[in-house]
Write a protein that binds this ligand. Structure first.
Ligand code: DC
Length: 231
């Protein structure tokens, strides 16, 4: 039977979607999909294949995306820490805005939601948490729980800067802030599936929240709407 326990999480970069997704998956025994990592994986693969990222060869990009998704190699690439490098960041929005790539990724994400993979420890997943920009609006418009996670650009820039420094990359706060603002704008204004809050999404602003507080707010809502049994 197709899974209907789907939690859709959208919001801008660095707002805390990934942390919340991880905590929810651990708590409820759900499988998690970071859809941004899929676009990042395609971008990284293209960079490594020495594609001209300033003038993307559309035919090549589409064929590559289809191959990566058909073979599930996309998930392997998505585990590479280089998907979060500044170089991948620079180009990912131009890959994510290609409609043909989004169509292939849409099918991939819907399949994940309706038939989530087993958990890393072999247990059957009881549901799916899918996070991205258009999950509540385009990918899973019927999801029973939708969150829009946000935070101020300054808070998000500080979080991203820490990630870069932790990875040993050098970066300045001002550069990271400028890149976050530019990427928000690109995500919000692109023609295909722009970042948008679903009408029925619950907004959580994480600027002043600890990770635990955000989790507790989300958990309360999920417990009211989904009836997950714990073994
Ligand atoms: O969430 P993130 O920063 O890892 O996302 C990387 C890029 O992919 C970002 O430019 C937004 C884009 N993206 C998208 O267009 N649709 C999604 N569902 C997820 C991410």
């Amino acid at each position: 039977m197709a899974n209907t326990n789907i939690i859709a999480i959208d919001g801008p970069a660095g707002a805390g979607k990934g942390t919340l997704t991880k905590k929810l998956c651990e708590h409820y025994g759900f499988a998690g999909l970071d859809t941004g990592s899929l676009y990042r994986a395609i971008t990284l693969c293209m960079i490594e294949m020495e594609q001209n990222m300033d003038d993307i060869n559309l035919e090549f990009a589409i064929a590559l995306t289809q191959k990566l998704s058909d073979t599930h190699k996309i998930l392997e690439y998505a585990k590479n820490p280089k998907i979060r490098s500044q170089l991948t960041n620079k180009y990912v929005a131009s890959v994510a805005k290609i409609p043909e790539i989004r169509t292939i990724m849409r099918k991939y994400q819907i399949d994940f939601g309706t038939n989530p993979p087993d958990l890393p420890d072999g247990r059957k997943a009881k549901g799916a948490v899918i996070e991205g920009r258009d999950i509540g609006t385009v990918i899973c418009p019927n999801a029973p729980v939708k969150f829009f996670i946000t935070a101020s650009p300054e808070t998000r820039a500080s979080r991203r800067l820490k990630e870069y420094l932790d990875q040993g990359e050098s970066a300045s706060y001002q550069e990271v802030l400028a890149s976050i603002i530019a990427r928000d704008e690109a995500d919000r204004t692109r023609a295909t599936s722009p970042m948008k809050q679903a009408d029925d999404a619950i907004v959580i602003n994480t600027s002043e929240n600890s990770k635990e507080q955000t989790f507790e707010v989300a958990k309360k809502i999920i417990d009211e709407r989904l009836h997950i049994t714990f073994d």
